[in-house]
Design a protein. Structure first.
Length: 159
């Protein structure tokens, strides 16, 4: 990618980064009620989280969003590893929506790739077609953003 192309994309990347940073930073000072609500939602899906204090959970959520996009993506990966397909699908859908809403295009592409892999592993009717669509979208984003590493990895992998 040429320097001119990189410079043309800089304002969009800066704006996106600022928005993601703000979403995470906003969670650093959660009140007890909001922290408790978020903690309850997480602990309802993953009982091991009951051992974590709600305020600590809120801070972990904040730092995660600051650095790696929607936390739901990681919950989707965990659910996939445990073959909890409905939970995985719900988490990937939520992560896709959050990443799309906040303009986190790199994280949206990563989520689409992970979601596609889950669909292939699940193998229900229509999953192969949905996985192919998600991978096409991820590849297009990787190309548009000049993300050579993820693009090469995805294009060389056999799904």
């Amino acid at each position: 990618m040429s320097l001119a192309a990189k410079l043309r994309r800089a304002p969009l990347r800066l704006a996106t980064g600022a928005f993601i940073l703000n979403a995470g930073v906003g969670k650093l000072s959660l009140d007890e009620g909001t922290a408790g609500y978020l903690h309850g939602a997480g602990a309802g899906a993953y009982p091991v989280l009951k051992k974590v204090e709600p305020t600590v959970f809120g801070k972990v959520l904040a730092f995660t969003e600051i650095s790696v996009g929607a936390v739901s993506r990681y919950l989707g990966l965990l659910a996939t590893a445990e073959a909890r397909w409905n939970d995985a699908e719900r988490h990937f859908e939520e992560a896709s929506e959050v990443n799309r809403r906040i303009g986190a295009r790199p994280w949206l592409a990563h989520t689409q790739e992970d979601y596609a892999r889950m669909l292939v592993a699940r193998g229900d009717a229509g999953d192969a077609e949905n996985a192919a669509r998600l991978l096409d979208e991820a590849v297009a984003t990787y190309r548009e953003l000049g993300m050579a590493g993820p693009l090469a990895k995805l294009e060389s992998a056999a799904m």
